[in-house]
Design a protein around this ligand. Sequence first.
Ligand code: DOR
Ligand code: ZN
Length: 344
Amino acid sequence: MSQSLTLRRPDDWHLHLRDGSMLRAVLPETTRHFARAIIMPNLVPPVVTAADARAYRDRILAALPEGADFTPLMTLYLTEDTDPEDVAAAQASGLVHAVKLYPAGATTNSASGVRNFDKVRPVLEKMAEIGLPLCVHGEVTDADIDIFDREAVFIDRVLDPIRRATPGLRVVMEHITTSNAVDYASAQDDTLGATITTHHLVINRNHILAGGIKPHYYCLPVAKRETHRRALRRAATSGAARVFLGTDSAPHTDANKLLPCGCAGCFTAPNTLSILAQVFEEEGALHHLEAFTSLNGPAFYGLPPNEDTVTLTKTGATYPTQIATDDGPVTVFDPGFPLDWAVT
Ligand code: DOR
Ligand code: ZN
């Protein structure tokens, strides 16, 4: 008899859905397995105001596949002009569940992000007051800081000072990639959560750079050396309450990935659950998978866990290598090993 595993239906606490035809193409890949997702606001133009978020939510709902049961949890893109009262009203109406901080220039469509952190102080204070989480892309962008050090430097120079200056502010360290971030997150109180992506549990920087450059493994923050991947695996599979799944599934067409200056992002929505089951099994921690995918995230965001379930069976799983969009194919993340666990 094949082994099986039933989990409360997972949520994705960091997801890029894009817009238009890309949204329609990638949305079913998430709604098939996930009940809710924190939706990233880095569109062009970005989702800055409550009105923007409401309109984007309506476009997502209109693109849902027939019969899908999925709730998009909207976020606002923090700019130096963000109005604290607009943010508070967006939360009070139940529309918005977090505000996203991109340091300007850190990643895809981050040009409208924050340069001077003093300018967003009133918004952060309002968020601390109303308990609205700040989701943080934690990398400095200074040209003199090595790209592999940008996360660790951000913690010292930006994140920790912000948290000290804004007591009570709830912060999610998103897509952490280093043992430095794991150590920092573990040492904090329950105002701090951390998400880990699927791909950072699977690849290290060799996967991107050794034996030829692999653009489909290039994402931001960039994957680090193996010791860091090991630390992320220990954190994700530990069952620790403030660590949860945020896939950062970030679709780009192959035409935009395979360029002299290609886009950052791994598209993991289709096969994330199969990959995670295998990672957790390898680490002897299948009993902690549900905490990571389905319990810890809702607890941090103050939402109930989902009532329905998904079942995985160890029968082998296959996924398409690409999905089609009107703008051309998007390549699905290749974990580099055959997948044992199928979502049934
Ligand atoms: O790899 C990434 N892709 N990291 C990000 O921070 C943004 C994302 C995207 O939007 O493509
Ligand atoms: Zn992201």
